[in-house]
Design a protein around this ligand. Sequence first.
Ligand SMILES: Cc1cc2nc3c(=O)[nH]c(=O)nc-3n(C[C@H](O)[C@H](O)[C@H](O)COP(=O)(O)OP(=O)(O)OC[C@H]3O[C@@H](n4cnc5c(N)ncnc54)[C@H](O)[C@@H]3O)c2cc1C
Length: 332
Amino acid sequence: MANCQNILVIGELTEGSLSSTTKELLTVGRNLADSLQEDLNVVLLGENLSQYTSDLLFFGTDTIYLAQHSLLEDYQDDLYVEAITQLAASTNPRSILLGKTLTGKELGPRLAFKLGTSLLQDCIHLAIDTNKNLVGKRPIYGGNALAEITHIGTPQLAIVRPKTIEVSVQEQKGKGNINEYVPELSDSMIQARTIEKVDEPVSGVRLEDARIVVSGGRGLGGPEPFRDLEDLASLLGGATGASRAACDAGWIPSSYQVGLTGKTITPDLYITVGISGASQHMAGCSGAKIIVSINKDSEANIFKDSAFGVVGDWKEVLPGFIDQIKSMTNAS
Ligand SMILES: Cc1cc2nc3c(=O)[nH]c(=O)nc-3n(C[C@H](O)[C@H](O)[C@H](O)COP(=O)(O)OP(=O)(O)OC[C@H]3O[C@@H](n4cnc5c(N)ncnc54)[C@H](O)[C@@H]3O)c2cc1C
């Protein structure tokens, strides 16, 4: 990897601004680049991208690549892989970092295959070893152990789990070059086409961003009690979540799932109702500052991680709890 001189972050936009995951990747990318004394670069793909450069400069980027092409307006695997491969061929990145987002999860393995390298999946920590190789830590066995894996390929790709890196701003640290380029793409490169896109309506705060989350599990016994949890969450200005058991039962959509195979959340307050606290669930909420649990089983695993717990039937506990919150917030 003699000629490698940079870390490349694959940036993403959500709802017209830089995604929080991209800011996390830039934070970790800056640290890696500093320890290598190399550049931190970022690429955005799409159209009309120059409006995002000032945000990207905030994170100490050395070169911002704006890959602009009408075919990149919407995410499409084949074209995104092709555009990044072309960029990698001319800029020779040591590492390429992606977020564990819908896009990152689709793009990462395809990109690794196309570049003839391997991929560190689901990393919660990244560092550089003495041989300048990328070392990722990732949870294994349902979050019960951590594996440390050294990448020895070229380039070194890693997917980073959202909300595991605290964002820090590095204003004016990078060189701040802006490089607009048009990748060579054609319609004939597309092997899979999107027939229809359906946006899931989101009311209130997003689960991943909520400071307060109220989640329900199999102990709720059906879909109806989730209405109570939604009321409680909205009273508290938070979001509703669920265990996989509740999602698998069809009581609530799988986009609400917290855990290893669901969303990672880092709220200040996490209230769980009828959730046992399986390791796969806890893998998604271990970053919560305070966990408060209602469970009728005093031996439930969730109590081990809870700052406060109520041993009891949620049907008896929850109404009084909601009334109390209402009286404290003057809600009717
Ligand atoms: C590869 C893999 C990935 C997984 N990924 C995830 C994931 O991302 N997220 C996830 O959540 N799970 C995940 N799971 C599943 C996980 O192992 C558990 O099965 C799941 O979390 C259990 O959900 P639960 O706590 O709602 O249900 P249960 O484990 O059945 O617990 C229900 C709890 O409700 C309590 N309860 C029952 N009735 C009442 C009542 N009336 N009042 C109060 N408490 C009551 C019970 O005491 C019990 O503790 C995964 C599993 C595997 C193998």
